[in-house]
Design a protein around this ligand. Structure first.
Ligand code: FAD
Length: 328
């Protein structure tokens, strides 16, 4: 089931998906296998699989995708970045994934490698995610003889990134002069089917992004990315990686809990509240950043009464009433 087509049918439940990253150690690999099984049993609509800087996880990302395709009924989305790769290299990676049965991609520019402050493309590479979307559409046309602009159902589904609250540098400062909505529009014009957002802590960041995007002519669905807020040290690490500042009152609330169990309960409560607010605001579903752990991700769905939503969503995909549906 193509991920783009999930957005074209009337669903009576929110779409649910999970992000996974490839394992870094043999121990991580064994526990990821369990996690994939537990998350797959919740019938999500898709998994998305991250891709390390400069293609550093190319083999492990590919292997995780292969396992998901072979061992589950869940569609995997392969993340791809432009970092350190020529256009030819990228064509090879995409060809390899297509040969393995992958039809769903998340096209990203990627971050500069560690220690390099500014973004520099490979001399024969791509500079922006929109160019990667164009490359994917060109490969699609060559390989399948289709034109996504005229074919109602393109063989490939292409998603892209969006940023509620704007972009931040790793110190948490907003990056000025960045026109994110222009970037999103360019990605849509290049052929993106939908966007998945960076994590955020305030529903207002999501609704404001959607409003600005719609005003600028972006019509593709914008799926909010959410994280379980159960682990304050992880939140701080993530903040360092993404630059998205963690609200100090949330951190204080979590850190002042007397026990680990109480901290988890508070974090889960805060996550479920955010998730409900986002859905109430009209989001088409939720993309949960799992950090390769099923417990908090599934507790989050249970807390919001969403476990199994994907299975119900897929059942309605079998109905003949396929048409365009408006999402925020
Ligand atoms: P782009 O959309 O190309 O934007 C890059 C810069 O160019 C931005 O400043 C943007 O504003 C500007 N820009 C682009 N087009 C225009 C335009 N037309 N007009 C004006 N400005 C423009 N990174 C990884 O390395 N691996 C992953 O697996 C990964 N997964 C991610 C998943 C999600 C859901 C998200 C939100 C991010 C992920 N990232 C990942 C991080 C991402 O690679 C970085 O945030 C990166 O810095 C930007 O990528 P992008 O695709 O948004 O870039």
């Amino acid at each position: 089931m193509s991920t783009a087509s999930l957005f074209s049918v009337p669903l009576d439940r929110p779409m649910i998906s999970f992000e996974l990253y490839p394992p870094r150690t043999p121990k991580g690999e064994a526990s990821l296998q369990r996690t994939v099984g537990e998350l797959a049993a919740a019938s999500p609509d898709f998994f998305s699989i991250t891709y390390g800087a400069s293609g550093s996880t190319r083999a492990t990302s590919r292997e995780l995708i292969r396992r998901i395709l072979a061992e589950t009924e869940v569609t995997p989305i392969a993340h791809l970045t432009c970092v350190g790769a020529s256009e030819e290299d990228l064509g090879e990676v995409v060809g390899d994934l297509l040969d393995g049965g992958v039809r769903d991609f998340l096209a990203l520019r990627g971050d500069p490698p560690e220690g390099q402050p500014d973004w520099r493309p490979h001399p024969n590479g791509l500079s922006r995610a929109s160019e990667l979307v164009e490359l994917l559409r060109r490969i699609e046309a060559q390989r399948f003889g289709t034109d996504h602009r005229s074919d109602r159902r393109s063989p490939l589904s292409i998603s892209v990134a969006a940023y509620p609250g704007g972009r931040h540098d790793v110190t948490g400062q907003p990056v000025v002069g960045v026109n994110d909505v222009a970037a999103l529009l360019a990605k849509q014009e290049a052929g993106a089917d939908f966007a998945i957002t960076q994590l955020f802590f305030d529903v207002g960041n999501y609704t404001e992004l959607v409003e600005r995007a719609r005003d600028a002519g972006v019509h593709i669905p914008i799926l909010p990315g959410v994280i379980p807020l159960t682990d304050p040290s992880r939140l701080q690490r993530l903040s360092g990686l993404t630059g998205v500042p963690v609200p100090t009152d949330l951190l204080a609330h979590l850190e002042s809990a007397d026990t680990e169990a109480e901290r988890y309960r508070r974090g889960l409560r805060a996550s479920v509240d955010l998730l409900r607010e986002v859905l109430d605001a009209g989001a088409p579903g939720l993309h949960v950043y799992t950090f390769n752990s099923s417990r908090a991700a599934l507790d989050l769905l249970d807390g919001a009464g969403l476990r199994g939503a994907g299975a119900r969503a897929r059942a309605s995909l079998d109905s003949p009433t396929i048409g365009k549906v408006d999402h925020v």
